[in-house]
Design a protein around this ligand. Structure first.
Ligand SMILES: C[S@@+](CC[C@H](N)C(=O)[O-])C[C@H]1O[C@@H](n2cnc3c(N)ncnc32)[C@H](O)[C@@H]1O
Length: 217
C-alpha cells in the first residue's frame, strides 16, 4: 500500500512528547503495556538474543532487555524525535554500541535487514494503516518470537479512537490511529508459522506473544 507514513509519523510525534516520555521512563520505569512485553519475553528464557524493535519510540524495550536477554538490538523508527531520545538514553546507559538505530518506515527497509531472534512492536500497529504489510514483514524477520501490543477491540476503544481521529481531522493532521481487527492479525501471524503463547490485557492495551511453531525460542 503506497503510504507517506514516515513523513506522517515524523510529524505526529514531537520532540516535546518524546522528551516527556523519556522523562517519565527515567522516573517511573517502563509503561504498564511495555512491562507485559518484557515479562512475556523474559518468560522465554532466551540469552544473547538479537532483537528488532519496530517503532521502539524512546527505546524502552532495548534499554531493558540489553540488561539480560538481548545481545544486539536494531531499532527502526519512523519518528526522528523518538530516535533522538532513544539514542541519548542508550549513550547514557552505556550500550549505544549494541544498538543500530534506523530512521525509516520499517516496511521500506525490511528487505535490507537480517532475521533476528525477537521482534517487538509495542503500540505500533495502531499507528500504521497497512497492518498486514507491517506484520508480514515483522514475521519474516523473526526466527523465534514476536511480541506486540495494540488497542483492545472494545466499544470504548472504538469510541475513543473515533474521537481522536475526529479531532485529528479538524486539525487537518493526516495522522490517524487504527483499531485493527485482532482476529485478522492473529490469523496472519499463524499463517506465517507462529502460534500465540501468551495473551494479556489491560484496560486499553492487549499484549500478545507469538512463538515460531514447532521450535523452541
Ligand atoms: C505510539 S508510539 C510507541 C513507541 C514505543 N514503542 C512505545 O510503546 O512507547 C508508535 C511508534 O511507532 C513508530 N512507527 C509507526 N509505524 C512505523 C513503521 N511502519 N515503521 C517504523 N516505525 C513506525 C512511530 O514512529 C512511533 O515511534
Amino acid at each position: 500500500m503506497p503510504c507517506n507514513c514516515c513523513e506522517i509519523t515524523d510529524n505526529a510525534f514531537t520532540e516535546a512528547e518524546a522528551r516527556s516520555e523519556l522523562k517519565s521512563y527515567r522516573k517511573r520505569g517502563p509503561a504498564e503495556q511495555t512491562k507485559l512485553i518484557l515479562t512475556a519475553i523474559r518468560s522465554l528464557n532466551l540469552k544473547n538474543a538479537d532483537l528488532l524493535d519496530i517503532g521502539g519510540g524512546i527505546g524502552t524495550i532495548h534499554h531493558e532487555l540489553l540488561k539480560d536477554v538481548v545481545r544486539t538490538a536494531t531499532h527502526v523508527d519512523a519518528s526522528s524525535a523518538y530516535l533522538k531520545e532513544a539514542k541519548e538514553e542508550a549513550v547514557r546507559r552505556g550500550h549505544s554500541d549494541r544498538v543500530n538505530f534506523i530512521h525509516a518506515d520499517f516496511t521500506d527497509v525490511a528487505p535490507e535487514l537480517p532475521k533476528v531472534d525477537l521482534v517487538t512492536l509495542d503500540r505500533v500497529v495502531c499507528c500504521y494503516p497497512d497492518f498486514r504489510g507491517l506484520l508480514k514483514s515483522a514475521a519474516d524477520h523473526s526466527k523465534s518470537a514476536i511480541a506486540l501490543t495494540y488497542p483492545r477491540e472494545t466499544w470504548y476503544m472504538r469510541f475513543g479512537l473515533r474521537v481522536i481521529n475526529f479531532f485529528q481531522g479538524l486539525r487537518k493532521d493526516p495522522f490517524r490511529v487504527f483499531l485493527h481487527p485482532v482476529a485478522e492479525m492473529d490469523s496472519l501471524l499463524k499463517k506465517e508459522g507462529f502460534e500465540r503463547v501468551s495473551l494479556r490485557r489491560l484496560l486499553v492495551w492487549e499484549m500478545a506473544l507469538y512463538q515460531k511453531s514447532g521450535g523452541a525460542a
